[in-house]
Design a protein around this ligand. Sequence first.
Ligand code: ATP
Ligand code: MG
Length: 404
Amino acid sequence: MYWGRYIMQYDHILIRYGEMALKGKNMKAFVLRLQENIQSKLQDYENVKVKRTQGRMFILLNGHDPEPIIAKCKYIFGIHSLSLAIKEENEPENIKAAALYALKKNTAAKTFKVTVKRINKAFPIRSQEFNQVVGRHLLLNTSDITVDVHRPDIEIKIEIRHEATYITSSVVQGAGGLPVGTSGKSLLLLSGGIDSPVAGYLAMKRGVQLEAIHFHSPPFTSERAKQKVLDLAKQLTHFGKSMQVHLVPFTKLQQEIFRQVPDGYAMTIMRRVMMQISEKICQDQSILSLTTGENLGQVASQTMESMHVINEVTNFPILRPLVAMDKTEIIDIAKRIGTFETSILPYEDCCTVFVPKSPKTKPKRDKANHFEAKTDFTKLMNEAIMEVETIKITSNENAYVDLF
Ligand code: ATP
Ligand code: MG
């Protein structure tokens, strides 16, 4: 549509970042990180720019199709919601024209509502009055369209800010949470199961940047099982940038544990060894916490007593984002974030190859210490750490799922 001066179009995406507005002094760092994360996610789009103004962020589309860009933005934590926006000068006539354009663009709308927010008090017409002015203009220039302030088919929002006015007419929900990188780093213990990828996703949602560690036992566990874990990590990278995955050869340690430790305690000792190796990797990478997919009550290793004994070997905080969730809730998230289908592939895991017949559900610390002391696992642990294979995973555009 040509309006005399230029072709009017939705050439901006307005980003609202909800929760971050509450962050007081930290706010600046959070906003900068969000801007950086958006820029990095959109780096392949030439001339697409990400700008900040007070309380808002904007993506300048510079002619690019907004749909794929919005789809990508849905993966960025810290974005509360987004809207396609027309940017206009703070001139009443221009704003009225843009509002009419927005209304006509939505050919299905039979009812509308106008909401004016006047942040820039230098704008000469007060919100309520301008609301009516724009509403009248829209009614006069359309037919068969009426006002409905309660349940309109389209709500035209007009934000009059200092630098310009933004006109939007639809809101897309964002991923919420905090920008990845604002809450430090954690090492995700990533198995091939359903739970740990979901735990990783939820940690990332709170702004945590992840590296992952996976214990595998070749040749008892296959290449396919390893690839499955790398695929899960890849799916998680869509919510951030990239992820280092540390693959720990666990065969010798597992064999030794099952030779030396009574069956009931083998699982407990195995977990304790995993924790110690994970902590060592954290120290090498300056990571300050571990994240697991543990969930109270699910299996033998996840009773209160088990956690008590397994936790004894590390001083590191352990994030357990799933601790209070039902399995059905976890599965719902896994499906939504696109990890479920990979997680249920039937490839063996090191913990399914070496399964104790009757793991203790209520292990005791003194007994675990006693069995552990009888064998020196340090040498094997150090060897395993020496042989860690680290793979850097970056996100793959084609694997994006429609999130909402
Ligand atoms: P998941 O679905 O994540 O495998 P789970 O319900 O099978 O969890 P467990 O097997 O008891 O539970 O494992 C508990 C947690 O220990 C996992 O969520 C994961 O964080 C960690 N873990 C288990 N096996 C491995 C492994 N092979 N490599 C890395 N971490 C593991
Ligand atoms: Mg498992």
